[in-house]
Design a binder for this molecule. Structure first.
Ligand code: PLP
Length: 357
């Protein structure tokens, strides 16, 4: 029986544009084809600036990492690999665990102890990954896992694995396919810097194929105390509540720098308070719940439009990299406590009437 699906994953959708052997069988969970949502509360009608969110939290494991992981695990499986390994601030481990489960391959994930959100940890555990924690940060974990393929038969699936970027570039294809053109600006959270590099690769390839004319200016958004691209060098002790981008030594440094320079874009940073304000704005006024690391793209946009750095009559896309449910603790800690009333319901009517005044 053939099951017809609207979305067979990013390999099925864009196979002819991916640098992969033609006979690779796709290990997929119907990732990709995520919505591009207009954000009226962030757009500026007077200046005709339209802002859209590419909602990558709607991928199967709740982040964009799935686009890269379907390709990395398909290749690993094709090559007969029995195990994969990654360092992770959370979402890579969740995604690697799920796609490895699908492929029947063991996943090993190395994470900074106490620095990944509970939702992500739950996913890695539930999908059967071996979870290993270290006292150091993501950069320390990255140094460890990079050595492992020489010491044991294991495939590295961090974004230094070029197949990850092959999969992730499909997000840029989708944005163009959805908008009918490239945006004028593309704001992206930057941690290990694979994703901004992958998007630029996608835009350039669509440009070379004649599918888009002008390409967007790429704006790489970092958290203020985890902003090596703003410093111009790796930093030792990155710190931010946006744990997914708590990275001081990005592995795709040169690719990301090239993306920003070639696109005539720039890097910028926002402090944690502005990141949380942007997360709240999206949730309360747009109905979109993303994790803090994703909100850095909105925080960045709001700041740049205020400074006059966005031209009138522009189309802007901000990538929301991961779902808000990944990190419920941050959300709850920012919100007022629930109101308790007696079980008979006394007081509820007054509460409603007084808030509608
Ligand atoms: C991985 C991740 C990032 C950073 O992406 P890089 O490719 O490492 O720059 C940003 N936001 C979320 C939610 C992530 O999971």
């Amino acid at each position: 029986m053939t099951v017809r699906t609207l979305n067979g994953g990013v390999i099925a959708a864009y196979r002819d544009r991916l640098s992969i052997p033609p006979d690779v069988e796709a290990i997929h969970i119907n990732e990709g084809n995520t919505p591009l949502v207009h954000l009226p509360a962030v757009s500026d009608r007077k200046r005709n600036i339209d802002v859209y969110a590419k909602c990558e939290g709607l991928n199967p494991t709740g982040s964009f990492k799935d686009r890269g992981m379907t390709v990395a695990l398909s290749i690993a499986s094709h090559n007969g690999s029995k195990a994969v390994i990654c360092a992770s601030t959370g979402n890579t481990s969740a995604s690697a665990a799920a796609y490895a489960a699908r492929a029947g391959i063991q996943a090993f994930v190395v994470i900074p102890a106490g620095k990944i959100s509970v939702g992500k940890l739950a996913q890695a555990m539930m999908h059967g990954a071996k979870v290993v924690q270290i006292g150091g940060n993501f950069d320390d974990a990255m140094d460890i896992v990079k050595r492992m393929p020489e010491e044991a038969e294991v495939t590295l699936v961090n974004s230094v694995n070029p197949f990850r970027l092959q999969g992730q570039k499909t997000a840029a294809f989708e944005v163009v396919d959805q908008l009918g053109c490239a945006p004028d600006y593309h704001f992206l959270p930057v941690g290990n810097a694979g994703n901004i590099s992958a998007y630029w690769m996608g835009y350039v390839e669509y440009g070379d194929a004649g599918i888009v004319g002008a390409k967007p200016r790429m704006v790489g958004c970092q958290a203020a105390r985890a902003a090596p691209f703003l410093v111009g060098a790796p930093i030792e002790e990155p710190e931010t509540i946006a744990t997914a981008i708590r990275i001081g030594n990005p592995q795709s440094w040169n690719l990301a720098n090239t993306a920003v320079i070639e696109s005539n874009g720039w890097f910028r940073s926002s402090d944690d308070e502005k990141i949380l304000t942007a997360q709240k704005l999206l949730a309360e006024r747009c109905g979109v719940f993303c994790e803090p690391a994703s909100a850095v793209s909105i925080a960045g946009f709001c700041d740049e439009i205020e400074k006059g750095n966005i031209q009138d009559n522009s189309v802007v896309v901000c990538t929301l990299t991961g779902h808000g449910l990944k990190d419920p603790e941050i959300a709850i800690s920012q919100s007022p406590e629930p109101i308790t009333i007696p079980k008979g319901g006394e007081g509820l009517r007054d509460l409603i009437l007084s808030s509608l005044d």
